[in-house]
Ligand binder design. Structure first.
Ligand code: MG
Length: 278
């Protein structure tokens, strides 16, 4: 949950993490992973998004983890802080949907669940988009492409030398599938704080500041979070001052992992080694 440039508070300069620090972040990442294991069985018609949020809060409490999204400040002056531990965004909602007892999942929906926590001073952040019952072929393709572009990026983090090379491949991958990459929101460095430098765009920044690109080197820890739309890349904010929706009302998906570059290559900190939620 981060806007591109100028939104949110100033972050400290980016840091490289030691193996010990990455191991500490792994603990936070595994709690985030546990929340997804706990909520997956709830992703079915009739379940409210507030029920999903409640389960995530329970997992955090059980693990003495601090929810990072709860009370997160609004990027608009005077806007309300985020009122939940998860962002839950359905269909045309891109990111930052607010959980509600009135909002119930229905068959054919796709639902993005995004959450993060802090454990012993270190942060983890991840998002998955799940199908609710049977979904149409376009949504099936959207989930496959969005998850696919995240794992393409993870793989390329071990092969390319600069992030801009990864971002270019991500943009091309999505475009080749005739979908669009959201440009209003980007991934981020992560460590002691959820949002640190650098910003991690999922697209080529044609008007970026010269120092926006960064090297992919051992000790870098970033949250990579492509948001992919079936139609236009353009998004707008709903009147709740949080929820982002596609301007054309077409579906959007979002996948995210916290990833460290270690001596053995990129390591996903927010999943088990298999990466399977079952
Ligand atoms: Mg994030």
């Amino acid at each position: 949950m981060r806007g591109l440039y100028g939104m949110g508070k100033q972050s400290p300069p980016r840091q490289l993490r030691s193996a010990r620090e990455i191991a500490a972040m792994r603990n936070a990442g595994l709690v985030v992973w546990d929340t997804f294991k706990a909520v997956k069985p709830l992703v079915k018609p009739g379940v409210s998004t507030a029920e999903i949020d409640a389960v995530v809060r329970e997992v955090f409490a059980r693990n003495h983890a601090q929810p990072l999204f709860l009370n997160f400040p609004n990027s608009t002056e005077g806007g309300p802080p985020f009122p939940a531990a998860t962002c839950i965004s359905i269909n045309a909602e891109v990111v930052h949907g607010i959980p509600s007892l009135r909002r119930k999942l229905a068959a054919g929906d796709i639902v993005s669940i995004d959450t993060g926590c802090k454990v012993n001073g270190w942060c983890g952040d991840a998002a998955f988009t799940f199908p609710v019952g049977e979904i149409d072929p376009v949504k099936q393709k959207l989930l496959a492409v969005t998850r696919g572009v995240l794992f393409l990026a993870i793989d390329l983090m071990g092969k390319k030398s600069r992030w801009s090379e990864v971002a270019a491949e991500m943009e091309k991958f999505v475009r080749d599938h005739r979908f669009s990459v959201v440009e209003d929101f980007v991934g981020h460095g992560i460590g002691r704080d959820m949002h640190e430098e650098p910003q991690v765009p999922n697209f080529v920044q044609r008007r970026a500041p010269r120092n926006a690109d960064f090297r992919l080197e051992e000790g870098l820890v970033i949250a990579v979070e492509p948001m992919v739309n079936v139609g236009t890349k353009a998004v707008k904010t709903l009147s709740d001052q949080w929820t982002q929706v596609t301007k054309d009302g077409k579906p959007s998906a979002h996948f995210e992992h916290t990833i460290a570059i270690t001596s053995e290559g990129p390591q996903v900190l927010t999943s088990s080694p298999s990466g399977e939620l079952e």
